[in-house]
Design a protein around this ligand. Structure first.
Ligand SMILES: Cc1ncc(COP(=O)(O)O)c(C=O)c1O
Length: 382
């Protein structure tokens, strides 16, 4: 046991020395666009609650009523005694709203990606994936028998070269639509062109786009995606996730996906809340517009001050580089009442640490005006 503990401590020490150590601050509570920490109130630029639904009074009351009515647990996997009609009804509503044949709910996006990607392929399948896909997709692929090949982030040219070499094999392309760390958008028409030419199966993780982008928040990838991944825990203001799939994929997952078969399903109260959220989503045009405008204002404001910042929508990636420096910038900003995440290896490539600025419809022009000078002040001192 002593050697075991020593080994863990050594690994943590090296991690700290490399500027990669993680210890999230404790949050006492959330108030609109702010967080209350032990040291005081901070303005939150590290949230995925893009529309503010996660702090909406209306949704909070609806979810509360649903838990009162249906109870707190499903107490079983879908494959045992957890397959409630209400969950199936909610899944049908999600499939309809987002324009797919079927939907399937999961307790988290991580689990959804793990289930999907570890289950669907066999050893004859070639999966071509964007090198910046989320960790949950990477883990799912690692559990799959498929042949794997990454293509450079957002490079359809590189993807085309890979497709040229794919031959007659069953080929799948896996990407995100709005990249969680880079903040850039998938070239949907470009990918659709490749799909027409090469005829692959296309899986798109729309975790950061659904609810926010596209008509009614339906995302951007439908023209190209055969399968899409959505999460409840970001713009939809709840928890859990959903796959949007052809009926045969749902049937396949019910039969072969270990993370689904051997895990307790979300309760009926979640399904009832998911249905309530669809009605709210349809009415969020004003929030979606505000979010678009304030995100653009932040990006333009940062660029005017000479910062290198990327992002096509509400996720902005501000280039920092060295891991220790990114952590330092984030810490110094927190002392000034601004909470923003430094994304470091392995979340992003080594030596390419960023500040990941998550904009929400709750942010105001005053918040942007506070953020930019604070960042300038911090950067000149580091
Ligand atoms: C692109 C992407 N997919 C999947 C997930 C996982 O979703 P969840 O947080 O519901 O596990 C995340 C982030 O959390 C993500 O950014």
């Amino acid at each position: 046991m002593d050697n075991f503990i020593e080994r863990l401590k050594t690994r943590l020490r090296l991690h700290r020395q490399a500027g990669l150590y993680r210890r999230p601050p404790e949050i006492i509570r959330r108030e609109g666009a702010s967080l209350i920490l032990a040291e005081g109130r901070v303005l939150n630029f590290a949230s995925n609650d893009y529309l503010g639904l996660g702090v909406s009074e209306v949704l909070r009351k609806q979810v509360g009523r649903n838990f009162e009515k249906y109870g707190s647990s499903s107490s079983s996997s879908r494959l045992v005694s957890g397959n409630y009609s209400l969950i199936a009804e909610a899944e049908r509503a999600y499939a309809r709203y987002f324009g797919y044949e079927e939907a399937l709910f999961f307790p988290s996006g991580y689990q959804a990606n793990l289930a999907l990607l570890s289950t669907l392929f066999d050893s004859g399948t070639l999966v071509l994936f964007d090198k910046h896909i989320h960790a949950s997709s990477v883990k799912g692929l690692a559990l799959s028998p498929a042949q794997l090949a990454g293509y450079n982030h957002s490079s359809l040219n590189h993807l085309r070269k890979r497709l040229d070499r794919a031959g007659e094999r069953e080929t799948v392309v896996l990407t995100e639509s709005l990249f969680s760390m880079d903040g850039d958008l998938l070239d949907v028409p470009g990918l659709a062109g490749l799909k027409d030419r090469y005829g692959f199966v296309c899986i798109v993780d729309e975790a950061h786009a659904l609810g926010v982008l596209g008509e009614g928040g339906c995302g951007v990838a439908r023209p190209v995606a055969d399968i899409a991944v959505g999460t409840f825990g970001k713009a939809l203001g709840l928890f859990g996730a959903f796959l949007l799939v052809p009926a045969v994929v749902k049937e396949h997952l019910f039969n072969f996906a270990s993370p689904l078969i051997y895990s307790t399903t979300l309760p009926e109260a979640h399904a009832a809340s998911a249905i309530d959220i669809l009605a709210l989503l349809a009415r969020q045009d004003e929030s979606r517009r505000r979010l678009r405008d304030i995100s653009l204002e932040m990006k333009n404001g940062l660029r005017e001050e000479g910062f290198t910042v990327q992002g096509d929508a509400h996720i902005l990636a501000l280039e920092i580089g060295e891991e220790g420096k990114a952590l330092e910038v984030s810490n110094r900003l927190r002392e000034r009442g601004i909470f923003v995440l430094s994304a470091r290896y392995p979340t992003v490539p080594l030596g390419k640490a960023i500040l990941r600025i998550g904009m929400t419809a709750l942010h105001t022009r005053e918040d942007v005006k506070r953020f930019i000078p604070s960042l300038k002040e911090v950067m000149v001192r580091i």
